[in-house]
Write a new protein. Structure first.
Length: 179
């Protein structure tokens, strides 16, 4: 009852973010994972993401039915399968709503710094800095500070939303709901 009474509120889910400099590098990493392990399911928040990755999977002889629309997703598909989200939804509450009935503690999300969620917080400067430091495009960034930064960004976005407009892509969602 008194857990975290005076401490920081614990997140319901442990989000593990795997982030790349570009969409191309992210896509290549996801294709490699999909080819290596048939037990993975991939979840897309937006129709444009769903169609893009279904096309990529088909072009690489990977079953495109392994990519599922988050709106159509239900827990029965999870049994013994691992999930990878193909992006974050801009509102953390939407992610938690989907995940609340699943038997998961850890959630993996693949991101790229050129996605709209990151771009709306100035990721262009971060990309430049990482390249100057010698980071290769196919290298992944996996650190709790990245995940915490994403949560903070989602909270800032949530504070600005009065009414949510639906969209077919993360970029369109950001444009319709924030700008």
């Amino acid at each position: 009852m008194f857990n975290n009474l005076f401490g920081k509120k614990k997140d319901k889910f442990d989000f593990s973010d795997v982030t790349f400099i570009s969409q191309k590098a992210k896509t290549n990493a996801l294709l490699k994972i999909a080819k290596a392990n048939k037990d993975f399911l991939f979840i897309a928040w937006f129709p444009d993401t769903l169609h893009f990755y279904k096309d990529c999977f088909s072009a690489n002889d990977i079953d495109p039915e392994r990519i599922i629309d988050a709106k159509q997703f239900s827990g029965f598909k999870v049994k013994e399968r691992q999930l990878i989200f193909l992006e974050h939804f801009p509102l953390r509450s939407k992610e938690e709503e989907l995940l609340k009935n699943l038997p998961l503690k850890k959630v993996t999300v693949y991101n790229s710094l050129d996605e709209a969620l990151f771009s709306s917080f100035g990721s262009e400067r971060i990309i430049e800095l990482l390249k100057k430091m010698g980071m290769q495009e196919d290298e992944e960034i996996k650190h709790t500070l990245v995940s915490k930064s994403i949560v903070n960004a989602q909270q800032k976005i949530a504070e600005k939303i009065i009414f949510e407009n639906s969209a077919s892509s993360q970029r369109e969602w950001i444009e319709k709901n924030i700008k």
